[in-house]
Design a protein around this ligand. Sequence first.
Ligand code: HEC
Length: 458
Amino acid sequence: MKNVGWVSAFCVTHHLISKFWSIVAALVVPGLTAWLFSGGGTQALGGATKTPTFYKDVLPLLQQHCQNCHRPGEIAPMSLVTYDQVRPWARAIQKAVRLRKMPPWFADRRYGRFSNDPSLTPEQIETLSSWSEANAPAGDPNGAPPASHWTENWNIPSPDLVLRMPKPVTVPERGDVEYTYEIVPTGFSEDKWVQMCEIRPSQRQYVHHAVVYIRPPDSGWLRHAPSGVPFTASTLTNEQDRRDARRTDSDLLLVYAPGSSPDCWTNGMAKFVPRGSDLVFQMHYTTNGHPGTDQTSVGLAFAKEPPTQRVLTLQLTNSHFVIPPNADDYRVEVHGTLPNNATLLSFFPHMHLRGKRFEYTIVDPDRGVETLLRVNYDFYWQLSYRLDKPRFLKARTLLQAVAWYDNSPNNPHNPDPSKAVRWGDQTYEEMMVGFFDIAVPANLDKWRYFIRLSDKVE
Ligand code: HEC
């Protein structure tokens, strides 16, 4: 199989799993037969199930499930690529995979199936564990799978275009940093459809999150703000720009937060970038005691054919809440009806340090509440969750997002349980945003999607 990197690897994960199952089924039967007929019990079984080796059994799992993060330049602290790199971590790997700490994944398994779920099967966990227990044998290097080919620095197959913030942003040693913006002209002389994209900070340790917006040429948003240099809302001289900085109806290209994955839409689906658009980078930096700079890039891969479906990122947001001091399970909800038919593709919940749990549901007057996704939230891992099977939803479907917060001292991330907490940009304040992606016919833009066409038809 041609290995084109993590995204595509993840896009096919479920096929691999089903293939794996058929292989297991084929192997187990002779193993059992040996046991039944030898009369020797465990010894014969032990003889039939060979000790896993690094090159044959472990490396393929690391390539598929770990190296997207555990390789040079990615977010994990150590590489798990060569035998020498992996060997010292054998025990830690066993522990991390048994506890399901690694690979990180926070969806409650009772609800929904997700195509980017990197979780290991019980058999794969067993393989890594018994390899570790057998003292991590290398095995025969000739049995190794071909090395994964990662496009340098990217998890999407090589981008057609990389747009980088022209000027680096200086992050101070300490204190809060106001949201920082940088407007990056695309220079597109024709309309473009983006099928895959990835945001890459140059210094991840400072980036709490990044949002890249598509600003079409007819948008008035931040029109008086400078292009190609970093700025914050409070430095703007134009009154309206200053007020509007945080309020835009521009489409989202992509959101980045630690651990989040790039977008890779199936053929026929893409995000639309009209010619002459600018990309507006909204960066939330956090300080860590060491001053530095960051210059974030976005990599784009264009659709080869004009798509039939346009992907829009919408959000369910509630900004009017007060989480009482010490509350350990404070619930905030918001709902909305879909204006028109749409195919639901994926979710990306966003909260801050008190975030505990986040749920997306469909509320149906006849059938009750159906949970689409429940995330046991971890502030340090903000992931997107892609439906294994995109779900067609009719106009007027009621979508609900519910968030729970833990403002008690039991929450190890809680900076101050004695404070009542409201909406705000900084991580010691809170947010409640349920982003979700939908696909609509390619000729609909966000505005037209929100006109309730079906109301008129009926
Ligand atoms: C999405 C990125 C990502 C993936 C995928 C991932 N890791 Fe990690 N891993 C990290 C990061 C970041 C850390 C360090 C922070 C932490 O421990 O949470 C880490 C830490 C670890 C540690 C050290 C844990 C400890 O207790 O100190 C081990 C061992 C590990 N990973 C093994 C694996 C294995 C094995 C896989 C694949 C089966 C894997 N990881 C997949 C990002 C990832």
